[in-house]
Design a protein around this ligand. Structure first.
Ligand code: C2E
Ligand code: CA
Ligand code: CA
Ligand code: CA
Length: 275
């Protein structure tokens, strides 16, 4: 009937209103969390396969929420990206990661730090300003800082992007392509942009051995452009064995360690003990 149609429309509008309201509350809560310093980093080791040494760590952000406990990035990064709050959050992450790298360097510990940079953060101005500022800190190990960007960062004006990447590399930082093979389909950027590292997406690793030819292709491609290949999401001994046999020398994954708080970071794994 007409009546129930109208009821339904009202219901939907209320429902949408409720979602809008919920969304605004979450946004405000993130903003509050940023102001209250509730965002922290966990670190996942990147392991050099032949000897089991941790060569670097990937910084992964978490929200230590006062009421809701530890919140994972998939629950707030997309909202931060949409609203632009990622510029502020990204700055916080960069600050913590870079300060940690400096602390390690000052302690004589040779440890790299990889930091995820979102598309909007890459386009913004805060990132370049922060990177420039850090290079002025005495003893700052800029060559130990790697920025992980996904292929969708590379959408847009290739000349501008190449220029920015070049500037970052000239400052002494490193660039990694994250989730390689899952996004942008035109691979020409691989030889056009300065890239130090290619991270093989975990979806390929988890599909071994069927995905073997694709991983071999990426390993060859990486070698040709002089980039280090890193396999992500290594969970099993079989994956580990396959990658080692194919000459992939850097790996990350639960098989070695989940991302952990700084104080639980193990910096070396006895490869011979991993069976
Ligand atoms: P990502 O950059 O691809 O990071 C890898 C994700 O895979 C992490 O999830 C990590 O915990 C998870 N992972 C690591 N090893 C394994 C494994 O063996 N198996 C499986 N199944 N997963 C594994 P996390 O920490 O939840 O982060 C999710 C995504 O959120 C990241 O994906 C990244 O895109 C984004 N992210 C995290 N921290 C930041 C940040 O500081 N800034 C930005 N812009 N994005 C971030
Ligand atoms: Ca990453
Ligand atoms: Ca990844
Ligand atoms: Ca698997």
């Amino acid at each position: 009937s007409k009546q129930s149609g109208r009821d339904q429309a009202t219901y939907f509008n209320e429902e949408i209103g409720a979602i809008d309201k919920e969304r605004r509350l979450i946004e405000a809560d993130i903003r509050r969390g940023i102001a209250q310093n509730e965002f922290i980093l966990h670190y996942q080791p990147r392991v050099h396969l032949p000897n089991g040494q941790t060569v670097s760590v990937e910084a992964l952000v978490r929200w230590e929420h006062p009421d809701r406990g530890l919140i994972m990035p998939d629950n707030f990064i997309p909202i931060c990206e949409e609203t632009g709050m990622i510029e502020d959050l990204g700055k916080i992450v960069l600050d913590i990661g870079c300060k940690q790298a400096l602390a390690w360097a000052n302690a004589g510990i040779d440890m790299g730090v990889s930091i995820n940079i979102s598309p909007r953060q890459f386009q913004g101005t805060q990132l370049m300003d922060a990177l420039k500022a850090f290079t002025k800190t005495p003893g700052f190990p800029r060559h130990k800082i790697e920025l992980e960007i996904t292929e969708n960062v590379l959408f847009g004006d290739h000349n501008k992007i190449a220029e920015k990447l070049q500037e970052i590399v000239e400052m002494g930082y490193r660039i990694a392509i994250d989730d390689f093979g899952t996004g942008y389909s035109n691979l020409s950027y691989i030889s056009r942009f300065p890239l130090n590292c290619i991270k093989i997406d975990k979806s390929f690793v988890s599909q071994l051995p069927e995905s073997g030819p694709i991983i071999q292709l990426i390993l060859t491609l990486a070698k040709q452009v002089g980039a280090t290949a890193v396999a992500e999401g290594v969970e099993t001994q079989a994956e580990y064995d396959w990658l080692l046999a194919e000459g992939c020398t850097q790996v990350q994954g639960y098989y070695f360690s989940k991302p952990v708080p700084l104080l639980r970071l193990q910096t070396s794994f006895d490869a011979s003990a991993i069976k």
